[in-house]
Design a protein around this ligand. Sequence first.
Ligand SMILES: Cc1cc2nc3c(=O)[nH]c(=O)nc-3n(C[C@H](O)[C@H](O)[C@H](O)COP(=O)(O)OP(=O)(O)OC[C@H]3O[C@@H](n4cnc5c(N)ncnc54)[C@H](O)[C@@H]3O)c2cc1C
Ligand SMILES: NC(=O)c1ccc[n+]([C@@H]2O[C@H](COP(=O)([O-])OP(=O)(O)OC[C@H]3O[C@@H](n4cnc5c(N)ncnc54)[C@H](O)[C@@H]3O)[C@@H](O)[C@H]2O)c1
Length: 470
Amino acid sequence: MQEFDLFVIGAGSGGVRCARIAAQNGANVAIVERQHWGGTCVNLGCVPKKLMVYASEMGQSLKDAPSYGWDVHINGHDWAHFIEAKDKEIARLNGVYVSLLKRAGVTSFTGNARLKAGNIIEITPSPLEPDAPTLIVKAKKIVLATGSTPVRLDIPGAEHALVSDDVFSLKERPQHIAIIGSGYIGLEFASIFNNLGSDVELVYRQNLPLRGFDTDLREHMHALIDMKGIVQHVETTPKKIEKTDAGLELTLSTGKVLKVDAVLMATGRRPAIDELGLEEAGIETDKGAVKTDSSFATSVPSIYAIGDITNQYNLTPTAIAEGHLLAEALFNPQGRDWSFETTPKAVFFSPPMASVGLTEQEAVKQHDLEIYSSQFTPMAQTLPGRPGKTFMKLIVDARSGVLLGAHMIGPDAPEIIQMLAIAVTASLTKAELDRTLSLHPTSAEEFVTMRTPDRKVPRAKASTSSGEAP
Ligand SMILES: Cc1cc2nc3c(=O)[nH]c(=O)nc-3n(C[C@H](O)[C@H](O)[C@H](O)COP(=O)(O)OP(=O)(O)OC[C@H]3O[C@@H](n4cnc5c(N)ncnc54)[C@H](O)[C@@H]3O)c2cc1C
Ligand SMILES: NC(=O)c1ccc[n+]([C@@H]2O[C@H](COP(=O)([O-])OP(=O)(O)OC[C@H]3O[C@@H](n4cnc5c(N)ncnc54)[C@H](O)[C@@H]3O)[C@@H](O)[C@H]2O)c1
């Protein structure tokens, strides 16, 4: 039986980084992947999604071009052409991941991994290599990095709905789509399909989208969704989906029936633990996620878990950082550190939205606040007369002047907030932003030119209610 120092299950964002760093630090490492090298981010997440965002935003640029003097004739968007080009790029990236692991000296297996007692792993064939033999291997330490999988609501006809995994291989773009859920995935696909010309209906439980983000941003997003012509069914849940000769009928809690070509359930993800044999290995879970301590150890000390399987951050950079930290903690204790609490976040809507640090609603529980904000029409939209304002907001501790949070909705928000994340992580003060000269003409310069607070908000008295149903 082959034996390794470290065996990683799942070659996604976290697993690949962990395996690579461990091997580069001298460990004898193996990794197993059942479906696609690079995991969700590369194959069914961040990368193909961002390519779709680019595809969808090209159309907007073409529509704006005549007001800048271009003579443009748009003959429509070829979805099949785009999917083929996207698949080619993803296949190239799969190869990059395989060779990264090879170059680091990691042994790669394909198949479904399942834990057996005593740090034994059984690898059975998966569709990636159906004729591969079943193997049994052993490892001193094991890392669970199997990610997460989309959640489908338990309503009649749920099997007729798409989940995000399906959207990346659709043969045709739906002309009329209903999207359930107003989190990251719901909003990003609502924008992509709307930009490409589909009629989009967004169905969600709250009165504002993107629960957990700053309320001012959520209100601006709500207005932008309306402005784009996406129909919002707020405070509404889906009841059933029926297949008809013409397509699908989605019945809502309001009694309304939406006749559409497709329904997308964007209703969250859950850790991929079903076929891992956690019980046999003695690994504890909590609400469907693998329980870990602050050093990523599970309830079995030689088995660790990183990334979406722990259901903590559910983002690629955090999965990568966890994999890196774990590999260094195990094989090179002088490793580096990351500030997880100031992880920046973005929603790739058009225009995009991004945030770092505390929202006003979080910050006011602990601090007296000064709130600064700015709203303006992005210059690129002036000649075409395209509506939609950029909104920026800074949250500052009134006593120390420390920058607690920065939030933006508007073109380039993720690029700008990534840089402001340095200021928030370093606990820079508003005075240091004030000392910084503008780079003109940009949108980002507004973040260093906001001089007067809009509001001063005293620290809130402790409250037992979170104010909004989950
Ligand atoms: C549509 C979408 C868009 C997203 N966009 C962004 C974004 O813009 N920015 C961002 O930061 N994050 C984004 N995410 C989230 C991001 O993709 C995940 O947080 C990240 O991929 C998690 O990494 P991971 O290593 O935990 O798991 P994954 O990347 O999911 O990797 C897990 C791997 O394990 C394999 N596996 C599972 N079980 C087994 C088994 N038993 N045996 C062998 N292999 C197994 C899977 O096939 C998979 O390849 C997006 C996600 C989705 C779905
Ligand atoms: N840009 C990014 O970084 C990015 C993009 C996509 C996904 N992701 C990651 O993937 C995760 C999953 O994305 P998501 O959008 O599916 O999840 P989410 O948690 O962001 O949103 C889920 C949505 O489904 C709704 N919902 C959940 N249960 C429901 C029910 N029973 N009935 C009606 N509505 C229900 C929620 O109210 C919410 O609107 C995200 O949390 C994020 O971590 C990140």
